[in-house]
Design a protein. Sequence first.
Lengths: 353, 353
Amino acid sequence: MKLLKDTVSGIRGIEWALSADTQKRLDSLTKPLGSLGRLEDLAKQVVEITKNKNPKLKDKVIFTMAGDHGVAVDGVSAFPQEVTPQMVYNFLKGGAGINVLARHAGARVVVVDMGVACDLKAASGLVVKKVGFGTKNIAKGPAMSKEDAVKSIENGIEVFEDEFKKGIDIAGTGDMGIGNTTPSSAIVAAVTGRKVEDVTGRGTGIDDEALAGKISAVKKALAVNRADPKDGIDVLSKLGGFEIGGLAGVILAAASHRVPVVIDGFISGAAALVAYILEPKTKDYMIAAHCSVEQGHKAALSFMGLKPLLDLSLRLGEGTGAALAMHIVEAGTRILNEMATFGSAGVSERHSD
Amino acid sequence: MKLLKDTVSGIRGIEWALSADTQKRLDSLTKPLGSLGRLEDLAKQVVEITKNKNPKLKDKVIFTMAGDHGVAVDGVSAFPQEVTPQMVYNFLKGGAGINVLARHAGARVVVVDMGVACDLKAASGLVVKKVGFGTKNIAKGPAMSKEDAVKSIENGIEVFEDEFKKGIDIAGTGDMGIGNTTPSSAIVAAVTGRKVEDVTGRGTGIDDEALAGKISAVKKALAVNRADPKDGIDVLSKLGGFEIGGLAGVILAAASHRVPVVIDGFISGAAALVAYILEPKTKDYMIAAHCSVEQGHKAALSFMGLKPLLDLSLRLGEGTGAALAMHIVEAGTRILNEMATFGSAGVSERHSD
């Protein structure tokens, strides 16, 4: 519990003291005022987060965390549970969607076993931070003990800390876990108070019958567990997943080190909610990558007041949306660092009003 | 007129004959069916355009074309006309927004003088295809002769052809021209039939009074010119700009060479409309980069049935949105080329329904 407490207490609210100066600098660049829209907002946010007037996003890291879910036995997914470890091996071999898009963004992928339901073969690049062999079925009781909830977050913090030593200018979150949209829907419903039907989607692509079963599983999970929406550890332990806890840890650790963290899709959004309940200041360090097809994602983002950058009908997870969004965030910082000013380029400024 | 006619007649409609096979291949990759949303659509579109099952978007080129506008004397812009040549020099020195974002996307920028209102100093990298020293004031009569409209399109085709010899896997459009949202609004109103007020915005950032004047200028341009919305040359000659004609030429030439072309913002959207009227098949080769703050842009895109990829509140032009969107298009092709299949990665497929 000490690592979690220390990390949370190390998170400072953003002062937004540099934004006026940064906007002035953006306004001196050879373009109409405000004409680069959200790129300008991103530049300001990264300056505030890093307290660096000319932040360079060189070291980009996506944390892709895997875990299994007891609720998967209830047929909530279109895929069998054995796919979780198989996809971990795929990540390690570089063949998954996140590998392709991380290469495209110039990011490295850190693959973490937070709680896959089998022992994984030792492999180069695999970080083992296993808290358990899958969670228990949330439709019948808590996913994990409170101790394991704390441990999953702290393991995520440790993973971030280890990578931070190698250098991280911007972090991204990603997940893998058959069945993990179910605990995510449960977390979002519990925290935001939205109706289960409004925050439960088709995940990897289930049919109407399976969707009805999934909604019923989420309702049971809420009824049987009665999580306290103001208590992040309670929510995580009763409704969560080990990879969700790990990602919450990554987000908290990023905020404590003043590193911008790009939140991927629905599962990452649920992890962000857990981090947000534990310390609302964390929100200032978050950048919402995209708007997932999973309808619960919108509810999570709007609860935190986050506006997604992209809307490309993605629903893969793994950090794929975060990788794409990193390119946009970096575009904002490069604009600030590399564009000529009206003065340096000899370009006339606008007519005085 | 021959070059234009030959180019237009060389544009083939896309057969969509490869999409089923491409989708099958996308479905064999280690991800839930359809879970990469618009990236999958982009992969299919680029396969169809290029007729290459594994297209690689290595050579990326943004065509940034500059021209001046007689209507600028009516106070329709927040900036003086001297900014057009000044920005051209800025492009050539690499200090403008498009230079930064093209570097970020790995694209080269081709800077073209299509009709700047002064002689530009010869400079390395500047392509001079000047049709005239700015257009005439569209609020009083046609922007240019029909001959010059054809010439501006043909000059654009020539610029594309010259660059195509060096290699182009994907093209993007961009513009520079003080006052050029005014002819763009006029073109969009004339072609789509929308109300002038609904397609005329604040451009580089004009106040309410200047906006009222701009709307009045567009209305006069429509009334005095009575362009035939089915005749691309008539629309361009009466309401256009030289850079708008040049970009229409780039778009037509890209389509004739089966090169995907990313349409930037509002001015590029007006150029795309001209190309679309001349040959509706051109539309299949277009990818709409983003949704500009200029409200007329939406009208242009929806007239052609195009759905923008990004919505980042941009309104700079120059090709900045196209550069950002190229990264997304390339992400789609890389997914198709680089991801492992269920078979090769040893990942179990979904439960049979």
